[in-house]
Design a protein around this ligand. Structure first.
Ligand code: NAP
Length: 250
């Protein structure tokens, strides 16, 4: 199959990112699979992608580190066809707590990975894809969350605020680069079955809260990935600056 170009999926080793990697490889993209710690899971995904004809690589980088992000894009430039898309998916969540208990360290780390990380990766992607810089255009999909509009009281307002920042960045950047051939959208998942809930000390969070979902169930990583892949595709060629809720109606 002829390559459709390279898409970088940050946090591609697990959860929603891993589901994106699988669908993108199947659809004929070459995928750069970023991870922070889960090297074995990322390698397995790359092997699976190669088995369906995708030229995929794994790239270790902490997206909140400017040096790591610069090195990651340089590695992709060297090893892969030109970048046509970025899925800004890497994200973290701390233990469920009330705001009155938050430390500066917790707040800063949430913002460093979720906000600074997404900004830095978007910056590097724009520098490569923008027609103003000699690129051919491209697409950025940011992972926000329904938390951005719900606020996540009694759980993680810091995380919700980091996703509010992602919504604002999506709106601003979409307008900034629309004339440079780049579309920028965000997907806002609701309660999705992944490991992220264990990091908040609530492995059963989706089961416990799914009664609040009009559709009556949590979503799968693949259901979110399908919406991301659609936004990346030419089928969404006139869609930019959109915050797409994938929440079963919640
Ligand atoms: P997950 O299962 O916990 O996976 C998180 C991914 O992010 C992993 O691949 C992890 O890599 C990577 N990551 C974490 N810190 C990183 C860093 N500093 N640098 C690079 N990669 C890093 O999470 P998920 O549920 O799939 O969530 C994916 C995105 O969707 C996140 O932005 C999250 O906020 C958002 N979201 C999720 C839900 C949900 O219910 N699951 C709802 C709304 C929004 P390693 O494995 O290598 O550490």
């Amino acid at each position: 199959m002829t390559s459709k170009g390279t898409i970088l999926v940050t946090g591609g080793s697990r959860g929603i990112g891993a589901a994106c990697v699988k669908l993108l490889a199947r659809d004929g993209y070459d995928v750069a699979i970023n991870y922070a710690r889960s090297a074995a899971a990322a390698e397995q995904l790359a092997d699976d992608a190669k088995a369906v004809g995708s030229h995929s690589i794994t790239v270790k980088a902490d997206v909140g580190s400017e040096a790591d992000v610069t090195a990651m894009f340089a590695q992709i430039d060297k090893a892969m066809p030109p970048l046509v898309g970025l899925v800004n998916n890497a994200g973290i969540l701390f233990e469920k707590a009330m705001l009155e208990e938050f430390s500066a360290e917790r707040i800063n780390e949430t913002m460093r990975v979720n906000v600074t990380g997404s900004f830095l990766c978007a910056r590097e992607a724009v520098r490569r894809m923008s027609t103003a810089h000699g690129g051919k255009g491209g697409v950025i999909v940011n992972l926000s969350s329904a938390a951005a509009r719900i606020g996540s009281p009694n759980e993680f307002i810091d995380y919700a605020a980091s996703k509010g920042a992602i919504d604002a960045m999506t709106l601003g950047l979409s307008k900034e680069v629309a004339s440079q051939g780049i579309r920028v959208n965000a997907v806002r998942p609701g309660l999705i079955h992944t490991d992220i809930h264990s990091s908040s000390g609530q492995p059963d969070r989706v089961e416990r809260l799914q009664g609040q979902v009009p559709m009556g169930r949590g979503g799968s990583a693949e259901e979110v990935a399908q919406s991301i892949v659609w936004l990346l595709s030419p089928a969404a060629s006139y869609v930019t600056g959109v915050l797409l809720d994938v929440t079963g109606g919640r």
